[in-house]
Each structure stands twice: as structure tokens, then as C-alpha cells.
Design a protein around this ligand. Sequence first.
Ligand code: NAD
Length: 261
Amino acid sequence: VTFSIDQFEVGGKVAVVTGAGGRGNSIGRAYALGLAKAGATVVVADINAAGAGAVADEIVSAGGKAIAIAADITLPESVKAMAKRAADSFGGVDILVNNAALMVELGYQPAAEVPIADWNRLMAVNVTGALNCVQAVVPMMRARGGGKIVNQVSGGAFPAMSLYGVSKLALTGLTTLLARQLGRDNINVNAIAPGNVTSDAGKQLTPDDSPFIKLLEATVAMRVRGQPDELVGALLLLCSNAGSWITGQTLHVDGGWVLRP
Ligand SMILES: NC(=O)c1ccc[n+]([C@@H]2O[C@H](COP(=O)([O-])OP(=O)(O)OC[C@H]3O[C@@H](n4cnc5c(N)ncnc54)[C@H](O)[C@@H]3O)[C@@H](O)[C@H]2O)c1
């Protein structure tokens, strides 16, 4: 047996986490801190430059390695500049976590009436934004002999119960396509589908007394709401050698909300 527990570590790897610098208690922040604790050098990327700076500072104060980069993932030039800065600073990119998304801001209008500009914006961030990041870092991953891509989707896409869910289902489709197309480059591509998480954004969207939480209380097997930290174990599995043979999968981390055989 060659397995050892340190296969879950990502020491020496360079990880880009998008959307890691937004609202205070965000999932991206938990991902960035978790990857740093597991040994990675983390690029904290967000459209919110001050927020990204705060999370990078938090990592550095805890003894980790991180830089903040302001980037708008909808703009290919901005994303290319982000990837170039990551490569100039640390020699390349090994891990990409496509976590940035619109969730609170957009995605819950009725499909039959949504202004097409809102639909286009939702897809530009949640789907095209992830693809822009993939296009910028895949050449760097190939140059380093492989890599890991994790796309943040949502239990709300199984089935899609909102326009937001549609955008996350599209990102799930992109996950399986990329897994097939990049497998021989030794690039694993997977998705994490969280349930209802008590990030600041999650609490704003669905307060504890909201009808959606009541609905989930009737169906979720274990516990309706999870902390951002409870997603980090799944991320490390998918970003480390421990998950070397896992690709094209969606890992549901949701207390038993979406049960898939
Ligand atoms: N909170 C939940 O319950 C929950 C459940 C399932 C999935 N998710 C997903 O988890 C991820 C993080 O969610 P969160 O709750 O931490 O929300 P959040 O709103 O705090 O995080 C989203 C981040 O994306 C950033 N962002 C938005 N547009 C951007 C752009 N154009 N370029 C770069 N960055 C941009 C925001 O500034 C923000 O920091 C999202 O993908 C969300 O859809 C959240």
C-alpha cells in the first residue's frame, strides 16, 4: 500500500481561488484558507480588491503564502492578466477553484419574464467566467504536467429550481466536458455541489425562517445548513493526490439533500 495521509496535502502547489475575497464569511475564503493550511500558495482572486487583500493578509498572518489579485472573471483580458501575475509570482498554476459567482445578486426571477440582460450577466459570470479562467490556466497546467480544476456548483441545480440553478447546471456540464477533454493532460476536473451554507451570502439569501429552509428541513437527511469550513475536506480531496483518479464527478456536500445513487 502506497497511500499515506499526506496525500491530502498540496505543499508546493499554486492554487487560484476565484471569488475568495468577497463578503466576510464566504466559501471562497474558507477554500483559500484551507488550501493554504494544506500547504498551497494561494492566489486570492476577486472583483472586490479590498476583500481579496483582506483574505490574503489573513493567510499570510497565519504563516501561509498568498497574494491578492483583483480580477473580473467575465473579462478574458483581466483573467489572462491574473494568470500571468500568478505565473510571474510563483512559476505557474496547479489548482484552479472556480468559486466566483452571482448568487444573491441575480438568478431568481421567473424565466418567462427575466430581462435578457440579467440572464446574460448571470451566465457571463457563473458559466463564461469559469471558462475564461480555465482557458487562462490550462496551458500552465499542461506545462507543469497536470493540474486540478474544481467548479463550484450547487445542490440547487439538481434539478435546477431557478435561473441560478440553470447556470450551475451549465457549469456542471462544462465540468464533465472538460474532464473528458483534459484527462489525458493529467488534469482532473470535478465539481462540488454544496447544500445550504451559512456564508454571509447564504444567510442573506435564505434566512433561517425563510420558506426554502423550511422546505429543506422536511427533506434533508442530516442537517440543512453547513458551515463554509465543512466544504474544505471535499475540496482537498479533489485538489490533492488523494483524488488522483477522480474526474468528471460532482461531489454533493449538503448533509444529504440531493441523494444520488
Ligand atoms: N452559500 C450557499 O449556500 C451556497 C450554496 C451552493 C453554492 N454556493 C456557491 O458557492 C460560491 C461562493 O458562495 P458564497 O456564499 O461564498 O457567496 P459570495 O457572494 O460571498 O461569493 C461570491 C464571490 O464572487 C465574487 N464575484 C462576483 N462576480 C465576480 C466577477 N465578475 N469576477 C470575480 N469575482 C466575482 C464576489 O465578489 C464574491 O466574493 C458561489 O459559486 C455560490 O454560487 C453557495
